[in-house]
Design a protein around this ligand. Structure first.
Ligand code: ATR
Length: 277
């Protein structure tokens, strides 16, 4: 049997960290297999997915701009992918069927549980900033975990309305101006916007009303310590950076393609960090 093969489809795909992390695991577990960068233009996506079986792939990761449009070319998707409205991992069955799933919610919640073990879903409301694809995975994970109230705050309110309608209670919408007030009695604050990312404006937020025990999680990981995390750390809140979500979301994908459940270790973190531009 030929060694298993997987890869990441995106356009562009040069920036993707996935080859670095799957490559590290392949080496660590001494597996014969490969993980490739697959630049695929949007108009080529259907054809590229259709060729995976004959080319001997076990599956692929999908990144921007394919996570939503790919669904039309797949034979089926999991409940996670349906609720999140996007696919980040494709598995090929032995007879060449394409099954899509989304591991971002798993990545988010596993990282949160690992990096902030004292946090409990029922500790209180969560405040989620943003309403894009990442926010949807985060909200789905928190909803599934049993968080009693999820306050979604987005600059563009109609976009947050779409998210809240898709997922339903306990999501609640608040306008951007209500951000500071929404922090009162919150047990968790998650930034899923691009604010604070290298090259983007900082997130302007007054953490004053946030309880000192509330966990602050930024899913931005370039830089690793965003201004939000620095401000939260300075006032004593437990903080969780965004790199862990990236690492954990890859875990179920690797397991499905290569048949070994890989561990997220400090060595993996250091290796991926060292590869950042
Ligand atoms: P992803 O799939 O990673 O979530 P996205 O779908 O592009 O990325 O979402 C980006 C998020 O960052 C959105 O919530 C966006 O807010 P809008 O829906 O109002 O665009 C948010 N965002 C980006 N730039 C922002 C800014 N300058 N101020 C406030 N929010 C911003």
């Amino acid at each position: 049997m030929k060694p298993p093969k997987a890869g990441v489809m995106g356009w562009p795909v040069d920036h993707s960290r996935s080859p670095v992390l799957h490559g590290f695991w392949l080496k660590t577990y001494g597996l014969e297999g490969s993980y490739l960068r697959l630049p695929v233009a949007p108009e080529q996506l259907g054809a590229a997915l259709g060729e995976l079986h004959e080319k001997g792939f076990s599956g692929v990761s999908l990144t921007v701009p394919h996570k939503e449009t790919a669904i039309a070319f797949l034979n089926g998707i999991t409940a996670e992918a349906r609720h999140i409205g996007a696919v980040n991992t494709v598995f090929l069955t032995a007879d060449g069927k394409l099954l899509g799933t989304n591991t971002d919610a798993y990545g988010f919640i596993t990282n949160l549980a690992t990096a902030a073990p004292a946090w409990r879903p029922d500790a209180g409301p969560a405040v989620v900033l943003g309403a894009g694809g990442a926010a949807r995975a985060v909200c789905y994970a928190l909803q599934n975990a049993g968080v009693p109230e999820i306050r979604v705050i987005n600059r563009t309110l109609p976009r947050a309305e779409v998210l809240a309608t898709a997922l339903g209670p306990p999501l609640r919408l608040l306008p951007w101006e209500k951000m500071t007030g929404a922090l009162k009695d919150a047990a968790l604050l998650v930034n899923t916007t691009t604010l604070g990312m290298k090259g983007q404006p900082a997130l302007e937020i007054d953490l004053g009303p946030l309880p000192p025990s509330a966990v602050v999680n930024d899913i931005v990981y370039v830089p690793l310590e965003t201004p939000l995390l620095a401000a939260a750390r300075a006032r004593g809140n437990p903080v969780v950076d965004g790199l862990g979500m990236l690492l954990y979301q890859a875990q179920p994908s690797f397991t499905g393609w290569f048949g070994v459940r890989p561990e997220v270790t400090p060595e993996l973190r250091a290796h991926v960090l060292a590869s950042m531009p």
